[in-house]
Design a protein around this ligand. Structure first.
Ligand code: NCD
Length: 306
């Protein structure tokens, strides 16, 4: 039985297969309409979510399956003090597969050690978010045609932004990828990403503070929200929150074939005037999230559709 806790739990080959399947699902949705008939997905969300939870639920419904779960810790027995380990032992009796989001880093991993069904990490604290990465990779591969040979700018909260950590860990496995890490010095990537992921793999990268200085070099600009809920004080957050605002003027400096991605939710970091620019693909990205989660559910449940 396989879980998806870290983006590296899928090899490059396995990942390619998931993305191919997602592309086929996009083209032939009818073929998959009953693939998960009588199967149940449990969504255990101990932290807020719109896209991740609802795209998982949509994915399972599109496959003809059913969904159970909770969307806040306060409505589950966590509020009575139940451990994640106990909860998952019970959920294993009810559902066939589980997506879990938790504010504590490592909680989905702990669950996976006690579970008899596949566990998908749907975001653990400021650590990892592997299914957002699948979404991001499907978006990049579908719109750019390939995952290697790219210069990617990641901008915003690179310290607490879990989607950034998972995306970097995944992309370093492709040829000729380089990164431009754009953040205030307080919000730079964690040391383990710089040392154990980037430097250890000899990946070219630079760390800069000003988006305007580098935007014209980028093929992909991945914007992120400042992660308010992970700050120690509101004052610190307020200092950082509007550090970057991508607007139409800055987009004029960018290449015509650059794409702008964002895992969403957006706060102020992309001005709404950018939404009409054909290079803005963040809403399309959210749509890809459904196809790729359908593909992931099928893969982890070992269901082959002919
Ligand atoms: C992201 C997350 O939860 O980490 N959202 C998402 O799942 N699409 C990004 C964020 O909350 O900023």
């Amino acid at each position: 039985m396989k879980h998806l806790i870290s983006p590296l739990d899928l090899s490059v080959d396995e990942l390619d297969k998931v993305l191919d399947l997602a592309n086929d699902i996009e083209k032939n949705p009818d073929k998959y309409r009953e693939a998960c008939k009588y199967k149940k997905l449990a969504t255990l969300f101990y932290e807020p979510s719109t896209r991740t939870r609802l795209s998982f639920e949509t994915a399972m419904l599109n496959l003809g399956g059913n969904v159970i779960g909770f969307s806040e810790a306060s409505s589950s027995s966590a509020a009575k003090g139940e451990s994640v380990s106990d909860t998952i032992r019970v959920i294993s009796c009810y559902a066939d597969i589980c997506a879990m989001r938790h504010p504590k880093e490592g909680a989905p991993y702990v669950a996976s050690t006690k579970s008899s069904i596949p566990i998908i990490n749907a975001g653990d604290g400021g650590h990892q978010h592997p299914t957002q990465t699948l979404t991001d990779l499907l978006t990049i591969r579908s719109l750019k045609g390939h995952l290697g040979n790219l210069t990617i700018g990641l901008c915003g909260d690179l310290k607490f932004g879990r989607t950034v950590h998972s995306l970097i860990e995944s992309l370093v496995r492709y040829e000729n990828v380089s990164f431009v890490l754009i953040s205030p010095k307080e919000l730079r990537v964690p040391d383990y990403i710089r040392e154990n992921v980037l430097k250890a793999n000899n990946i070219p990268f630079k760390e800069v503070e000003k988006l305007e200085d580098v935007i014209s070099d980028l093929e992909i600009l991945y914007m992120t929200r400042v992660q308010r809920e992970r700050f120690f004080s509101e004052e610190e957050y307020i200092k950082m929150k509007d550090y970057y605002i991508l607007n139409a003027d800055k987009m004029k400096l960018a290449r015509q074939d650059m794409i702008v991605m964002h895992p969403l939710p957006r706060v102020n970091e992309i001005s709404v005037e950018v939404d009409d620019d054909p290079r803005a693909v963040y809403f399309k990205q959210a749509q890809y999230g459904v196809y790729v989660r359908m593909a992931l559910i099928l893969t982890l449940l070992n269901i082959n559709v002919k």
